[in-house]
Design a binder for this molecule. Sequence first.
Ligand SMILES: [Zn+2]
Length: 229
Amino acid sequence: MLCHCPCCGSSFEKFLPFGIIQRLNARCPRCGCLERHRLLWLFLQSQTRLFVDHQKVLHVAPEPFLQKALRAMPHLAYISIDLASPVAMMRMDITDLTFPDDSFDCILCYHVLEHIPDDSAAMRELRRVLKPNGWAILQSPVYRNRATTYEDSCIVHPVDRERAFGQSDHVRIYGADYFQRLEDAGFRVRMDPFVRTLDPVSIERYGLSAWEMIFICTKDPHIHRRSLC
Ligand SMILES: [Zn+2]
């Protein structure tokens, strides 16, 4: 069976291995997307109106292939930000966004928050700029066997961070309380087991992680912004 990348439409014998602890069948040889991006793409395509309706989109730390695809969609008003990446359209600190309140219909933020020392401030800012009826996918690596998040602001050296958090630029390991941390920032969170609605052949063919949950965040209307400060 050939593997197929829904992001770039290409088929291959296999996806490439990827990761510090290498995962087989992970990276698309053509566009570079990983398991989580292919799942995101399939989710956006089948479960949202993003590829159809006019929407204002904020993409944090943009993956180049995804930015290219979304920017090419004329019905989207797309903007990407990053603190340092030259790929992003604007340079911005996620904990201090310069956008007005209620600016975006959709926010995509993949594997960013585990790098941010004050992730709570970042979550509150993302919530602030999300429109009342908007939605955000805020995905981070979550270790399901950990009940609570492990972080220690005293661990700053890259070598120590790699030892403690698994990657030299990570500042924590999220546990099952990731959900609660998002809710504490004023989101209503739904963990969507979308991948489990797909048949095993498709999961294999698209090179997906069969256990991945998608964190869909909407604005909790009952929480006033000032109460979060
Ligand atoms: Zn691809």
